[in-house]
Design a protein around this ligand. Structure first.
Ligand SMILES: Cc1cc2nc3c(=O)[nH]c(=O)nc-3n(C[C@H](O)[C@H](O)[C@H](O)COP(=O)(O)OP(=O)(O)OC[C@H]3O[C@@H](n4cnc5c(N)ncnc54)[C@H](O)[C@@H]3O)c2cc1C
Length: 373
């Protein structure tokens, strides 16, 4: 795999050593044939544990599934920060202490390397269960690599509703810029801190304060953090995300996402720390969700309700209108301060007015239906 100037990896075939077996083409999520994911059930759900909810991006369902797999002697493979938070890669975790590293969404493309593919395969071959979580293309890729092993009871896969993955190069330079501003390295990032709530989450950066060598945090609500604005404007996404080849066809046993708009459907439920949409696509997924049912607050939902707040479940996003020009500037090495001056990603006047109107509507509904519990 070779990285381009934006940090996205692409396959290069070395024809001198390739034996033409076609294994890479069969595993490639962009080339393979994919069956549509069937739906066994669809629910809203959130973890009953306030601590787990606080430490998760959405409703904490991934954390519950992962704990169950670990308790049963299995292994979890998910995305963790690496290289001083400048990169994200998939790692294997076999104990509760290591679990925190693979929790929470990291909005940058994660690299699934040889260690992850072979690690997952070897754990299954040793008779232990693996929970693999990632974007739909990563689940499709892992399933393609595993072949028949993926359909057995020892492999459980979760994909996230994904609106696309941003450039690893942009992220790495953004962390450099933040570290320079702090005068010390960034030691942790939470892109979905709920200190300001689930609906108005913040991007939180932890660093070591120079003055007294203690940990310090700085956070900004997502609409003010420049990196998050570029991501949410669909300016920094990989090209293939604009025409995702595996939307609702990754083969994942369970699909998880934020249940955006939940507050308008169930204002009586406390949604302040996150609620997820849980789509069980296979019987295996349904069994795994049932096994953690008692640790959640949940209820039935419909596909229409999820899609209304989260069209990314079924559709690729439309790109930022001047995405190519923005990415050319990133590739050309424009500094973060220069990029920030040129690209402010302010939402259009209409979008801002619509946001204010939606807020008023939400508050009115809450007022009419009474306070949430
Ligand atoms: C790039 C990206 C885009 C997303 N876009 C949307 C969206 O448009 N709408 C929506 O509803 N939800 C989206 N999500 C999913 C959402 O943010 C939550 O991850 C999901 O709801 C599960 O939350 P949780 O509380 O159950 O688990 P969490 O504890 O938050 O677990 C998150 C899981 O995602 C995996 N993960 C984290 N970062 C990455 C990464 N960079 N690449 C691959 N896997 C990763 C972790 O390994 C973990 O398994 C996106 C997630 C990512 C990573």
């Amino acid at each position: 795999m070779k990285r381009d100037r934006l940090g996205f990896s692409y396959p290069i075939v070395d024809s001198d050593i390739c034996v033409g077996c076609g294994a890479c083409e069969r595993a490639c999520p962009a080339l393979g044939e994919h069956r549509d994911d069937l739906l066994q059930s669809i629910s809203w759900a959130k973890a009953d544990s306030p601590d787990l909810l606080e430490r998760s991006s959405s409703g904490g369902i991934f954390g519950l599934l992962a704990r169950k797999v670990l308790a049963d002697g299995g292994v979890v493979c998910g995305a963790a920060f690496d290289e001083g938070c400048r990169a994200v890669r998939h790692v294997l975790v076999d104990n509760e202490a290591g679990l925190d590293a693979v929790m929470r969404s990291k909005y940058v493309q994660s690299s699934v390397g040889k260690e992850a593919y072979r690690g997952v395969r070897d754990v299954i071959r040793s008779g232990r269960c693996v929970l693999f979580a990632g974007t739909s293309c990563q689940v499709a890729g892992m399933r393609g690599y595993l072949g028949g092993l993926a359909d057995g009871d020892l492999f459980l896969s979760v994909d996230v509703i994904c609106h696309g993955v941003p450039s690893p190069e942009l992220w790495s330079r953004w962390v450099d810029y933040r570290a320079e501003g702090f005068g010390s390295d960034v030691c942790d990032v939470n892109m979905r801190s709920k200190t300001t709530g689930w609906l108005s989450y913040s991007a939180m950066y932890k660093h070591i304060a120079e003055k007294d060598n203690t940990e310090d945090t700085e956070s900004q609500v997502f609409g003010k953090d420049w990196y998050m604005k570029a991501f949410l404007a669909n300016a920094s996404l990989r090209s293939s995300c604009l025409a995702c080849p595996v939307k609702r066809s990754s083969g994942a046993d369970i699909t998880l996402g934020d249940f955006w708009g939940f507050q308008n459907i169930h204002p009586e439920v406390d949604y302040s720390k996150g609620v997820s949409a849980v789509l069980c696509n296979t019987e295996k997924g349904e069994r795994a969700f049932k096994a953690i049912f008692g640790l959640t607050v949940n209820g039935p939902a419909t596909l229409e309700e999820v899609i209304a707040g989260n069209p990314s479940l079924v559709r690729s996003v439309a790109p930022y209108p001047r995405r190519d020009e923005f990415l050319n500037d990133v590739s050309a090495g424009l500094s973060i301060p220069d990029l920030m001056v040129k690209w402010d990603f302010r939402s259009s006047l209409w979008r801002r007015v619509r946001g204010i109107l939606c807020g008023i509507k939400r508050r009115l509904k809450k007022f009419v239906c009474g306070d949430s519990q």
